[in-house]
Write a protein that binds this ligand. Structure first.
Ligand code: CTP
Length: 150
């Protein structure tokens, strides 16, 4: 029997090449299920050319810049496919920008981005894959970036 595949979608966004096991983090970043009523399908541990991967398909929705930046932190090789009328009309690999503002919380409780209300968190990206970031203010590098995504 052929393995069952999740159906192709008519319109929306497919986030492909997510490291196996990380689909749930992508759902959390997209505010699923709390903040969306879009139809979402998820495939986990799908065989691919380079081992196992997860796939998330969100119907009738495109992603915001900050959502793509957050996905790049946990799935640096993910591809974002925009689907219109069943065709892939755009495909790009996620790429972290050089700086992240208001995306990740600093793990240093005394950092001014945590202690002064109007100061947004700001990180310099020192490696895009694997993702490594350091705080612009206190230079602290968070150990588990996933846990610090806002
Ligand atoms: N897809 C979908 N609905 C469509 C078209 C594509 O869900 N109407 C999904 C495919 O199942 C795949 C992803 O979007 O997971 C990218 O599609 P495509 O570019 O056709 O696949 P590949 O060539 O295998 O992609 P890549 O080269 O990025 O691995």
């Amino acid at each position: 029997m052929k393995p069952m595949k999740i159906p192709k979608i008519k319109d929306g966004t497919v986030i492909d090449h997510i490291p196996a096991g990380n689909a749930i983090k992508v759902l959390r970043i997209l505010g699923i299920p709390e903040k969306t009523s879009s139809i979402v399908s998820v495939a986990m541990n799908v065989k691919s050319r380079i081992g196992r991967k997860d796939i998330v398909k969100v119907e009738n929705r495109e992603l915001a810049r900050d959502e793509v930046d957050k996905i790049a932190l946990i799935a640096p090789k993910a591809t974002i496919n925009i689907i219109r009328d069943y065709e892939v009309v755009e495909k790009h690999q996620v790429e972290l920008p050089d700086e992240l503002i208001g995306i990740v919380r600093c793990s240093n409780p005394t950092c001014i981005s945590n202690t002064r209300e109007p100061i947004e968190s700001r990180f310099k990206v020192i490696s895009k894959d694997p993702p490594r970031i350091v705080c612009y203010y206190c230079e602290r590098e968070p150990e588990d970036i996933d846990e610090k995504i806002i």
